[in-house]
Design a protein around this ligand. Sequence first.
Ligand SMILES: C[S@@+](CC[C@H](N)C(=O)[O-])C[C@H]1O[C@@H](n2cnc3c(N)ncnc32)[C@H](O)[C@@H]1O
Length: 278
Amino acid sequence: MEFDLRKAINAISDIVQNRPAPIREFDQIYMKVADMVIQAEYVARVFNDKNIVFVGDGDGIALSTAHLKAQSVINYGPKSITVLDFDERIVNSVRRFGEKLYPKIEILAYLYNVAEALPPEHFGAYDGFHINPPWGASNDGESVITFFERGSQATKENSLGIVVMADDPELLWTQKVIRDTQQCALNLGYVVSELLPQLHLYHLDDAPELRSCSCLFRRIDPICMQTTSKPLEPTRLENFYGKNSPLLFRYVRERPTLNTNRESDQLYILEKLEVNNG
Ligand SMILES: C[S@@+](CC[C@H](N)C(=O)[O-])C[C@H]1O[C@@H](n2cnc3c(N)ncnc32)[C@H](O)[C@@H]1O
């Protein structure tokens, strides 16, 4: 991997400037800039010329990958990127920035909550997926598995998936979540193709040293593919964002602003999720 580091960091800094303020309650904890360069270049390499989907992307890795290519920092990268996220501020910021990158690369973004079935237009539609989900310290990795299943449902037979998970050998819960995610992946017909351990750091005040790995999964057994997408069982919503922090909200809605080129001064409205218990 060879590229001009100054050009790369300047490109990523455009993306950082475009990110809405993170909401800690929903595990929006942003990746540090140097690690974004590394992850974005990696995504571009793995998904060169592919149509890919990000299920959740507050970090801005989708735009970073696209911008590195559009700015000719690297000469490879995905053909198109679709971002699905429940935060309208993120969806709008991706659309806004994405318009500037078209036609060099196509970026689309839609509101979607993983608690709900994947809309048919996204089912089996992409060549690969990328997720950096809530890390599942308090729900035995259930939130990682939920995002994995949605990514898997959104992709075609011979798909690849990049999963970013907490990874600290001293913290047993992180290793158990990695194990359980790999177990779920096996059941869905994937093998681990590559694991880059302890690769990224985050702007996380209470655990500034907590790193994540990047694990690449390859689907080798399409027979195990899920053929439908269903809403999450209510029990899987529990402790989704941490202890006693269930998944309650359907969308984070952006509040309108007079400043049309930037995110709206950190204002948002929470829209409740309707859970069907019957
Ligand atoms: C949970 S955060 C994980 C930390 C990651 N470093 C980040 O901040 O992007 C990843 C993304 O998932 C999105 N997200 C959280 N809960 C979601 C849900 N229920 N459905 C869809 N996206 C969700 C967040 O808005 C965020 O963009």
